[in-house]
Design a protein around this ligand. Structure first.
Ligand code: AMP
Ligand code: MG
Length: 487
C-alpha cells in the first residue's frame, strides 16, 4: 500500500504529443473537502484507504496540488451527438492527469472532471456540479459491483466555488479511473479531418496498450474492431438485462474498451418500461431504454466508418454483423440466469418477452421482481408476486409455464435455485430517488447519506441488515423525478 505522494506515473497517452492532447493546468476549487471516496477504487492505485482522509487528498483532487510526474492534458476528439456530427468536442472540463502504474502491472488513467476551462470548453465554464459528480461516482461504483463493466470513480471533492446551472450550485470534481479514456470519437476526429497518418498512430497506440492480444492476429486492426464489437454487445446485454439506461449514447461517450462511460442523466428502471427516456432533452427518445440496442449498433457503424482507412469494407461489415446475434445470445443468457435457469430451451426468449410485457402493462418494479422470484420456493414466489399484476390471469399463464420450465431443470433443489438467483439479482440498485436523497443532504453539507448509499451499493446482492429502506420501491414522488441533464 502506498501514500498519495508515492504513486508511480507512466503517461503513455501524453507522450503521443500535442496532436492528440493539449497541456492545460487544472483551475482549483475553493475550500475543497472530501465528499466520498471508494476504498475499492483506491486499491486499484495501491492507495491505503486512510489516504482519502488526509488534507493532501482533497487538495490534489480539487486541482490545488499536482505530483511532479503528472502531465495534465485535455484530450482531442469529436463525435456524433444525437445523430449529428460535431467536428470538435474534446475535454471541455476534464483533464487526463496521467497514468498510474500499479503493483499488479496495470495502468489506470486519472481523469479529473470539473477541472476548469480548456481550449475545448466552447461556451462552457469547465466545471461540474456536486449533484452530477455524486451521480457519476455512485453509478460507476454501483455498476462495477453489479458486474457491469464501467469506468471507476476514486472520489468526489466538494467546494464553495459557485457554479451556475438552472440555479446556483456548487462546483465539485470527480476523479475518474479507466484503463483508457479513448472514445469512438477519437477515431472519428482524425477520419473527418482527413489525417490517416495520425489516426494510424492512435490506432497503433490503442492496439499496443489495450488490445495487445490482437497484435498476434493476421489483421490486428480488424481483430481490434471485432473485439470492440464483442465487448459492446456484452455491455449492452448487461444494461438491458439490469435495466440501466445511459441517456446520452453519443459516440464521444462510447469507450473503445466497451465499458460504461460518461454518466449524465442515466437511470436504472424502477417500473419496467421499454420506452423509458431518462434524458429530458431527448424529445424523440433516440436514447430510450429499448433503443440502446440499435443505437449501440449505429455507434459501432460510425466507428467502422472512421476506421475505413485502416480496415477493408467487407471485413468491417462482417464484424459489425456480429453485434446483434452476440447481443441476443448474451442477453438471453443473462435473463435465463436471472430466472434461475441453467439450461437452454427454444422457448426461453418468448418466456422472457411475455414476462416483460406483463411487467410493462402493470408497471411492476423491474429489479425487485427477479429478486422476489428467488426469495421463496418457486410456487410460493409466483403466488406472492401475482398481486403486483393487473392482468392476473395473464400472469397465471406465464407463471404456470415458468413453473413447468423450472420443473424441467435438472439442477438441484429449489433452495439451490434461490441461491443462484440471489447471486445475479441485486436487492439494491441505484434508484434515482435514492441518489436524489443523498444529493439533497450533501448539498446541505451532510455527506453521510452519500457514503452510506455508496457502501450499500458495493454489495448489491447481499442482504444487509438495517438497510431495508434502500431495497424498497420508490415512493410516488421518487418515480417521476426530473433529472436535469445539465451537469
Ligand atoms: P457531455 O454531454 O458531458 O458528454 O459533454 C459533451 C461535450 O461538452 C464534451 O466535449 C464536454 O467536455 C463538453 N462540456 C460539457 N459540459 C461542459 C462544461 N460545463 N464546460 C465545458 N465543456 C463542457
Ligand atoms: Mg461526454
Amino acid at each position: 500500500m502506498k501514500a498519495l505522494d508515492e504513486l508511480t506515473f507512466d503517461n503513455r497517452f501524453a507522450r503521443l504529443g500535442d496532436v492528440f492532447s493539449i497541456h492545460v493546468l487544472p483551475a482549483p476549487l475553493d475550500s475543497p473537502r472530501l465528499v466520498v471516496a471508494s476504498d475499492a477504487a483506491m486499491a486499484l492505485l495501491d492507495l491505503a484507504p486512510g489516504e482519502a482522509q488526509t488534507p493532501l487528498f482533497a487538495e490534489v483532487f480539487s486541482g490545488h496540488k499536482l505530483w511532479a510526474e503528472t502531465e495534465p492534458r485535455a484530450m482531442i476528439y469529436s463525435g456524433h451527438q444525437f445523430g449529428h456530427y460535431n467536428p470538435q468536442l474534446g475535454d471541455g472540463r476534464g483533464l487526463l492527469l496521467g497514468e498510474v502504474y500499479n503493483a499488479a502491472g496495470e495502468h489506470w488513467d486519472l481523469h479529473l472532471k470539473g477541472a476548469g476551462q480548456t481550449p475545448f470548453s466552447r461556451m462552457g465554464d469547465g466545471r461540474a456540479v456536486l449533484r452530477s459528480s455524486i451521480r457519476e461516482f455512485l453509478a460507476s461504483e454501483a455498476l462495477h459491483a453489479l458486474g457491469i463493466p464501467s469506468s471507476r470513480a476514486l472520489c468526489v471533492i466538494g467546494s464553495d466555488t459557485p457554479v451556475w446551472r438552472e440555479t446556483q450550485e456548487s462546483g465539485a470534481m470527480v476523479l475518474r479511473l479507466a484503463p483508457s479514456h479513448v472514445r469512438f470519437g477519437h477515431f472519428e476526429y482524425f477520419y473527418y479531418i482527413k489525417q490517416p497518418e495520425q489516426q494510424k498512430i492512435l490506432a497503433d497506440h490503442v492496439l499496443a496498450m489495450h488490445f495487445a492480444e490482437c497484435l498476434e492476429q493476421p489483421q490486428p486492426y480488424l481483430a481490434m474492431f471485432t473485439t470492440i464489437v464483442e465487448r459492446n454487445a456484452e455491455l449492452i446485454a448487461l444494461w438491458q438485462a439490469y435495466g440501466f439506461c445511459h441517456g446520452v449514447m453519443n459516440t464521444d461517450n462510447m469507450s473503445i474498451l466497451g465499458i460504461t462511460f460518461d454518466f449524465g442523466p442515466f437511470a436504472f428502471l424502477d417500473d419496467f418500461d421499454a420506452n423509458f427516456i431518462c434524458n429530458h432533452s431527448d424529445h424523440e427518445g433516440r436514447y430510450s431504454f429499448s433503443n440502446q440496442v440499435p443505437i449501440a449498433h449505429w455507434n459501432l457503424s460510425a466507428l467502422a466508418q472512421a476506421l475505413t482507412p485502416l480496415i477493408a469494407l467487407e471485413p468491417l461489415r462482417q464484424a459489425l454483423g456480429l453485434f446483434l446475434p452476440l447481443y441476443q445470445a448474451q442477453y438471453l443468457d443473462r435473463m435465463r440466469r436471472r430466472l434461475g435457469l441453467t439450461s437452454a430451451e427454444d422457448g426461453d426468449m418468448t418466456l422472457v418477452e411475455r414476462l416483460l410485457n406483463l411487467m410493462q402493462n402493470s408497471a411492476v418494479d423491474y429489479n425487485l421482481f427477479f429478486r422476489r422470484l428467488g426469495d421463496q420456493p418457486a410456487a410460493l414466489a409466483v403466488a406472492t408476486l401475482r398481486d403486483d399484476f393487473v392482468d392476473m390471469l395473464g400472469f397465471d399463464g406465464w407463471a404456470a409455464d415458468y413453473l413447468a420450465r423450472i420443473g424441467r431443470e435438472e439442477q438441484g433443489s429449489d433452495s439451490e435455485r434461490q441461491a443462484r438467483m440471489h447471486a445475479v439479482n441485486p436487492l439494491y440498485v441505484l434508484r434515482n430517488y435514492l441518489a436524489q436523497k443523498a444529493i439533497d443532504a450533501a448539498e446541505r453539507g451532510d455527506y453521510s447519506e452519500v457514503r452510506q448509499l455508496h457502501a450499500v451499493l458495493t454489495r448489491p446482492f447481499e442482504q444487509q441488515p438495517g438497510m431495508e429502506q434502500y431495497a424498497e420501491r420508490p415512493p410516488e414522488w421518487g418515480k417521476h423525478l426530473e433529472i436535469s441533464c445539465s451537469s
